[in-house]
Design a protein around this ligand. Structure first.
Ligand code: FOL
Length: 221
């Protein structure tokens, strides 16, 4: 991935910004919400300049606890380069070349800053087999990784799903994006649709007894 690049946070949160409980999501499975997450993180933007024959995919960056929270059958998350941040590199290898056959990984990195340096050097220290171009880079949690990412100038976008029901939580998103002076601006529906490639309902989505709304925020310049 070449400089400059940006980071997009993606999360779902309750009205009190709860994102987790006991190592998992606070709410019972929301299929439409999870489907949105999967589609948006997989979808690559329309091709502009890239040559034919270059594989393009997005990357998802997560902390080790978030990795653990993903059901084994779903990880690594398919069709995306998975990067797991952990300080415990004893069992796992350092970041490796992206031109492997299986793009998913996971790759391991000790922290976000180190990882971003590695991404800068992509693609292809040694151009061999299939070239892989990383398109969008998503930060998928949890709380400490969101917090670290929010402090970086590269982080300029947040895809927040507002779950309009309270659940007991023990983990929270660190910033209230709607607060005056937060430095974040909520985008119009059309901007969200254009960036994500999704079409969203103005009134939100209902799943069982739960209502939620897909939102996009951009950092104010
Ligand atoms: N962002 C949003 N909007 N919703 C979330 O639930 C969410 N979850 C995480 C990060 N950002 C999020 C972290 N937790 C899977 C499970 C937990 C998880 C993230 C992803 C997962 O299994 N994803 C599969 C979908 C499986 C399915 O279709 O049920 C995937 O392929 O993405």
């Amino acid at each position: 991935k070449s400089l400059p690049f940006s980071l997009t946070l993606i999360l779902a949160a309750t009205p009190s910004l709860g994102i987790g409980k006991g190592g998992t999501l606070p709410w019972p499975q929301l299929k439409k919400e999870m489907g949105y997450f999967a589609r948006v993180t997989k979808r690559v933007p329309p091709r502009t300049d890239t040559a034919e024959g270059v594989r393009r995919c997005n990357a998802v960056i997560m902390g080790r606890k978030t990795w653990d929270s993903i059901p084994e059958k779903f990880r690594p998350l398919k069709g995306r380069l998975n990067v797991v941040l952990t300080r415990d590199s004893r069992t796992i290898s350092p970041i490796k070349n992206l031109d492997d056959d299986a793009v998913e990984g996971p790759l391991i990195s000790p922290d976000l800053t180190t990882l971003l340096h590695h991404l800068d050097n992509y693609p292809n220290p040694t151009p061999t087999k299939t070239q892989t171009q990383i398109e969008r880079v998503f930060v998928i949690g949890g709380a400490s990784i969101y917090k670290a990412a929010l402090e970086l100038p590269q982080t300029d976008r947040v895809l927040l799903t507002k779950i309009q029901k309270d659940y007991e939580c023990d983990t929270f998103f660190p910033v209230d994006l709607d607060k005056e002076g937060s430095g974040w601006r909520r985008c119009e529906k059309g901007e969200l649709e254009e960036w994500t490639g999704e079409s969203v309902d103005e009134g939100g989505v209902v799943e069982g007894s739960v209502k939620f709304e897909f939102c996009l925020y951009e950092k104010e310049t």
